[in-house]
Ligand binder design. Structure first.
Ligand SMILES: NC(=O)c1ccc[n+]([C@@H]2O[C@H](COP(=O)([O-])OP(=O)(O)OC[C@H]3O[C@@H](n4cnc5c(N)ncnc54)[C@H](O)[C@@H]3O)[C@@H](O)[C@H]2O)c1
Ligand SMILES: Nc1nc(=O)c(N)c(NC[C@H](O)[C@H](O)[C@H](O)COP(=O)(O)O)[nH]1
Length: 229
């Protein structure tokens, strides 16, 4: 099945959390890491998050650097990569920042269970892709993104979407900025929540790079093929 080259970029605390126990956003990255993230966005055909991240953080997922936007426009692209939300029940608010800020395509991935009235509203601002009965069938959805010309996909979380993508064998690389803070809390979202692997299915990684960056560490992993997927 054809799919985009896909990498997850995220930031997590030294104890593996990506936000607080109240799911409130914590600034984990320093400016250098945010600049690195901006470059990754500018170099991607699409940036994808789960609906939980949209509802918690209301991210714009836009490219911030004027220079990087100009480079994209000079290359005949929109100033921003396509913004994609994995949103089985079409809960993306119509006034979300991904709609209000910046130019570019918006794609909402929904399931057949999404209420028709909500889908009709979102259709006014986004391309709707239906994949799956209750939750989004990520394999089918990734194949559809590929047919829409998305060859390089950046996933920015959150915890449950990371699980969905990794457990379906849909991720090639993972870049994580490990910040110099402890968030704690057994209910705080981690890098990968969801059902979790059993001991026989553990996802193995190959270390690409580990570099000190400001007060943290940037770690890059290659995701190894998992015969269980
Ligand atoms: N530090 C970081 O880098 C970072 C990045 C993004 C989000 N976050 C944090 O993560 C939290 C959000 O994570 P989350 O887990 O609540 O939500 P999420 O963003 O991972 O969205 C998950 C939701 O997507 C929907 N979905 C539909 N089909 C799915 C499928 N097949 N697999 C997985 N999800 C599917 C479901 O409604 C699911 O609950 C927020 O607190 C946010 O601040 C942190
Ligand atoms: N890389 C990263 N470092 C962090 O310290 C942090 N808290 C997030 N959290 C994920 C967040 O939802 C988005 O990545 C942007 O932080 C939202 O900002 P935009 O409006 O999209 O630019 N991401």
């Amino acid at each position: 099945m054809e799919r985009p080259f896909t990498f997850i970029n995220s930031a997590m605390s030294a104890d593996g959390k990506i936000s607080t126990k109240e799911r409130k956003q914590v600034r984990i990255s320093g400016q250098i890491d945010f600049n690195r993230m901006d470059k990754l966005r500018a170099g991607s055909d699409a940036v994808m998050v789960g609906i939980g991240t949209v509802l918690a953080d209301d991210p714009s997922l836009t490219v911030k650097s004027a220079e990087l936007k100009e480079e994209r426009i000079a290359a005949g692209k929109d100033e921003n990569p396509a913004r994609v939300v994995v949103d089985s029940k079409a809960r993306t608010p119509v006034d979300a920042d991904i709609f209000k800020k910046g130019e570019g395509k918006r794609i909402i991935l929904i399931s057949e269970s999404a209420p028709a009235d909500k889908v009709a509203l979102l259709k006014k601002q986004a391309t709707i892709v239906v994949a799956g009965k209750d939750s989004v069938d990520l394999k089918q959805a990734m194949s559809e993104l590929k047919t829409q010309g998305i060859d390089r996909l950046m996933v920015e979380g959150g915890a449950t979407l990371n699980w969905g993508m990794i457990s379906n064998g849909l991720v090639d690389e993972i870049y994580t900025f490990l910040g110099n803070l402890i968030i704690g809390g057994k209910t705080a979202p981690t890098f990968t929540d969801g059902e979790g692997f059993s001991e026989k299915e553990i996802q193995k990684l190959e270390l690409i790079d580990a570099d000190k960056m400001e007060d943290g560490i940037l770690i890059k992993w290659k995701v190894l093929a998992n015969s269980k997927q």
